[in-house]
Design a protein around this ligand. Structure first.
Ligand code: FES
Ligand code: FES
Length: 163
């Protein structure tokens, strides 16, 4: 929702494979725009200061913090959220493994964890536990599920390698 008189810009981008055109308040964060204007509530807002990773989304194939990027900066770019209809095999494998290994409790951190882990597995298909922890070090889980989360990422990686 835009307050009258608030500075805004027109943007055109792709969100989860679909073209989107919108007038966006210049101070609106990307994650707020996705959640409140587009109804994509899978990305969560935790700290709003770039610390917790709950707001992770993928912009032009790179994981970014949606609270630190303005929606107007998405102009001309491709944005993917955890709701992407054509989730990659990596994302699907991670979602299955998180479920099976009980790697979520409240689930608030889970979308950000999965998008970050997917980026790791794309670059490093056989990460060791230290590498997984390093990759997820910018994602906070308030339920302290870290061991199970590392287990789940290991499990998904093994399956994706055919093991
Ligand atoms: S809400 Fe963006 S990093 Fe915490
Ligand atoms: S499962 Fe609750 S914050 Fe991680």
């Amino acid at each position: 929702m835009r307050k009258s008189g608030e500075p805004a810009l027109d943007i055109a981008c792709e969100v989860n494979g679909r073209p989107v055109e919108a007038r966006v308040p210049v101070r609106r964060s990307l994650v707020d725009w996705l959640r409140h204007d587009l109804g994509l509530t899978g990305s969560h807002v935790g700290c709003e200061h770039g610390v917790c990773g709950a707001c992770h989304v993928v912009v032009d194939d790179k994981v970014v913090r949606g609270c630190l990027m303005l929606a107007v900066q998405a102009d001309g770019r491709s944005v993917r959220t955890i709701e992407q209809a054509d989730a990659s095999p990596v994302v699907r494998a991670l979602q299955d493994a998180f479920y099976e290994r009980a790697a979520l409790q409240c689930g608030y951190c889970t979308p950000g964890m999965i998008l970050q882990a997917a980026e790791l597995l794309a670059a490093s298909p056989a990460p060791d536990r230290a590498e997984i922890r390093e990759a997820l070090s910018g994602n906070y889980c308030r339920c302290t599920g870290y061991h199970a989360i590392v287990d789940a990422v290991e499990t998904a990686a093994r399956r994706l390698r055919g093991g």
